[in-house]
Design a binder for this molecule. Structure first.
Ligand SMILES: Nc1nc2c(ncn2[C@@H]2O[C@H](COP(=O)(O)OP(=O)(O)OP(=O)(O)O)[C@@H](O)[C@H]2O)c(=O)[nH]1
Length: 754
């Protein structure tokens, strides 16, 4: 009665084995999923009030065999209450559990979905089918079909028929883009991964389950199992919606502003002051949340500020090709003037061809000198308008909130000059400004919409993550349904934490989003694998050539938000010198976990937390594994910590420090101690345990360690100039009167990294 490969004849449904009814479902064994596809092959019986025969054709997910029941049409099936095991729509999934049979001799398959459907599990009991161990294994691995058996039910006039057919040869096709992992290939063909690994070994290829096989190798293996491989190219662009640019659809949009400037010149204060002013001007009770960006309304229009550390946001985003900023506000403290980071910010903005509006801050401070600041800026080609130049300079005070309106107005004015427009009706495109993992809400990304309108329910893809927009909040914590270009919102619904600076696209549906994300994920894995093998070869070569290459400090980084993780990664990577290389194993978001510690332990690395605390398990694991786990909230301290760790990897520099000299006057033998020199200290001091050199007639006879230092039979720590003492030397007894014993210490100092 069991379905066997090649069997095509009808199989009668049979009743469950005695005692099966009411038998409890034991939650053991693997779960087998079977997908249903409707087949309308038998004409409906007019007026038939009896339950229609199941419309059911199930294809085992490892598609080798089809089990089909010939049934009435979908339409008719829909007219009646669903009978157990019947399927009206093709999307239904059937779920089977494998449990020990009621006699305890074999295994049974329990149709769990049927019981779920009925909600009457207790009364009717599970529907079961007895199978032998071998058959069970065959079913689990898709070598034979799972027999579909329900409760004995009245057949219709035509009767229910079950056909079991071998999967058609033409359907045994695997569509491949670049490569496929061993386990994925096994799954598609219904072959165990271990079997494939063995096969690869026989081909002299060592592979793990997750290893990506190139299309040629995959094809070679697939052919062995009578599967064909069809190569299909994958172009992300094919999955992105087509955009036709029409000038008449363009609408003005708010400018996106990034604040940059020297440390302590008031960037954060200015951002906070602007945000507070905008909340106060808006509805009472508006709560501002830090979402990495916010928009404010001015008389001339809205302005969106990126509320992330200026340099990191700007440079790391630009490094990823996301030039999201329209205007840079350069904050210069009126009492401090142009400083190194001010110049760096000017360079960045000029390189990106982004206009600069200068905010001369702290004008409330007594030492404020506007003219000096303007002169300094003019030296860097930022000439104020009143001096005939074209740079807007607004004197402000973040503390007293003086001239904030003027600054905002000037930003809106600059935006008008730039004629910033975008098309709100095209499929949306944006950039990830910041991202984090929220315990309650999952991955949360702050998205700056650049084109089109982002709406609830949109299918989205960014980097290797995809999903649907489940919820959106603005910086006031208000839930919003759509976000227009030039505005930001927190977006919930992505499958993982994306990377700041990555583009985010709205695509036709979630399936397309997943395909793009999967494709990128596979590409990344391939690149990682080739990097690892290339690196290890290079390292091997370097090591054999030079007898040991530079040392490596391997680092796992965890931070509160994606932006910080990226910033820390960049800052730490930059510390690499020719003596010690910093290798980032991972830079992620969230608390430091035990897994992070184990990853660091596996590569003899360290774990750095930035603005996050380690979970208690992580601390215990770090202790047990002797892994350095450090938490920081100030980037400079983190960098100093990493430098110390790097220095710790280098051999210390050893220098000799002379202590003193003693002349041997006579010698005597002491049992257990050997020959002892009765000596007088000529200069300096002789210390116990120091290193010694024995000189005879100005020639070094021996060098080693002092074994003992005594005065009048007492061990002493040191003996000063002019005093006599007894000195023993480790493993040396050939002492003679007139010998000079030179004592010295070795001092160890840390090597510099450069
Ligand atoms: N008197 C006065 N003090 C200010 C003003 N703006 C900022 N400050 C002070 O200057 C100090 C530095 O301000 P921050 O806003 O932290 O400066 P920052 O540029 O963001 O500094 P980093 O984040 O370290 O780069 C703080 O003590 C502020 O209170 C201002 O307009 N007037």
């Amino acid at each position: 009665m069991q379905a066997r490969p090649g069997q095509t004849g009808p199989v009668r449904p049979s009743s469950p084995p005695p005692g099966a009814a009411g038998a409890p479902v034991q939650p053991s064994g693997p779960t087998i999923m079977v997908g249903g596809v409707p087949h309308a092959q038998v004409a409906p019986t007019p007026g038939a009030q009896a339950r229609p025969t199941a419309t059911q054709a199930v294809v085992i997910s490892r598609p080798l065999i089809q089990v089909r029941r010939v049934t009435p049409t979908t339409t008719q099936a829909k007219q009646y209450p669903m009978a157990p095991g019947r399927t009206a729509l093709g999307t239904e999934k059937r779920e089977y559990k494998v449990v020990p049979d009621h006699l305890g001799r074999g295994r049974e398959l329990v149709d769990v979905s049927k019981n779920k459907e009925r909600g009457q599990r207790k009364r009717t009991g599970p529907e079961t089918t007895s199978v032998s161990k071998q058959e069970l294994s065959d079913m689990v691995w898709g070598r034979i079909a799972i027999p579909i058996r329900g409760k004995k039910r009245k057949p219709t006039k035509k009767g229910a028929k079950t056909q079991i057919t071998q999967m058609a040869e033409e359907k045994k096709v695997i569509k491949l883009q670049e490569g496929i992992s061993v386990s994925d290939l096994g799954q598609r063909m219904g072959v165990r991964t271990t079997e494939l690994i063995k096969k690869l070994m026989a081909m002299q290829k060592m592979a793990t389950a997750n290893q990506i096989l190139d299309a040629d190798t995959a094809e070679l293996i697939a052919t062995d199992y009578h599967w064909k491989v069809e190569r299909v190219g994958f172009e992300v662009e094919d999955y992105l919606p087509e955009v036709t640019a029409k000038a008449e659809d363009e609408r003005p949009r708010p400018p996106v502003v990034t604040i940059m400037g020297h440390v302590d010149h008031g960037k954060t204060s200015l951002l906070d002051a602007i945000r507070q002013a905008s909340v106060a001007a808006g509805e009472a009770g508006g709560i501002t949340q830090h979402i990495g960006a916010y928009s404010v309304t001015t008389a001339r229009g809205d302005v969106t500020f990126l509320d992330t550390p200026g340099h990191e946001a700007f440079t790391s985003m630009r490094a990823r090709g996301a030039n999201v900023t329209d205007i840079v506000v350069l904050v210069v403290a009126a009492d401090d003037g142009v400083m190194p980071q001010t110049i760096e910010a000017i360079k960045h903005a000029k390189l990106a061809e982004v206009p600069i509006v200068v905010a001369i801050n702290k004008i409330d401070v007594p030492g404020a000198n506007l003219d000096r600041v303007k002169k300094d800026l003019a030296a860097h080609e930022l000439v104020p308008e009143e001096w005939g130049g074209d740079t807007i300079m607004v004197p402000v005070s973040a503390k007293t909130k003086q001239n904030l309106d003027l600054l905002l107005e000037n930003l809106a004015l600059q935006a008008e000059v730039l004629e910033l427009t975008s098309n709100p009706s095209r499929p949306s495109v944006g950039a990830i400004v910041e991202a984090k993992l929220d315990r309650g809400r999952g991955p949360v990304a702050t998205v700056l919409v650049q084109e089109g309108t982002l709406k609830l329910g949109d299918a989205i893809v960014t980097g290797t993550h995809y999903g649907r927009v489940r919820a959106m909040n603005n910086s006031r914590g208000e839930s919003v349904k759509e976000v227009k270009p030039g505005y930001c919102a927190e977006v919930i619904g992505l499958s993982g934490v994306p990377t700041a600076g990555d583009a985010i696209n709205v695509v036709a549906d979630e399936k397309a989003a997943k395909q793009i994300a999967d494709h990128r994920g596979m590409k990344e894995r391939q690149a990682d694998l080739s990097k690892v093998s290339r690196e290890s070869l290079e390292q091997l070569f370097a090591k054999t050539k030079a007898g040991g290459g530079p040392k490596e400090l391997r680092v796992v980084i965890k931070a509160d938000v994606q932006g910080s993780a990226e910033a820390v990664r960049q800052a730490v990577e930059k510390l690499t010198t020719h003596k010690v290389r910093v290798v980032i194993i991972d830079a992620g978001v969230g608390a430091v976990t035990e897994t992070d510690v184990m990853r660091a332990a596996a590569s003899k690395g360290v774990v750095l937390g930035f603005n996050v605390k380690p979970e208690s398990g992580a601390e215990a694991a770090a202790k047990a594994q002797q892994v350095t786990l450090q938490s920081y909230s100030i980037i400079y301290e983190l960098i100093d910590g990493v430098r110390l760790e790097m220095e710790g990897l280098l051999e210390p520099i050893r220098t000799e420090r002379k202590l003193g000299r003693a002349e041997v006057r006579n010698t005597f033998n002491v049992p257990k101690l050997g020959t002892i020199a009765g000596a007088a200290v000529l200069d300096g001091v002789i210390k116990r345990g120091s290193f010694v050199r024995l000189m005879r007639e100005n020639k070094q006879l021996f060098s080693g360690k002092m074994a003992s230092l005594r005065r009048f039979k007492d061990d002493v720590k040191e003996v000063a100039q002019g005093f006599e003492c007894g000195i023993g030397i480790e493993n040396f007894n050939d002492l003679k009167a007139g010998d000079i014993i030179e004592a010295y210490e070795i001092e160890e100092t840390r090597q510099s990294l450069s």
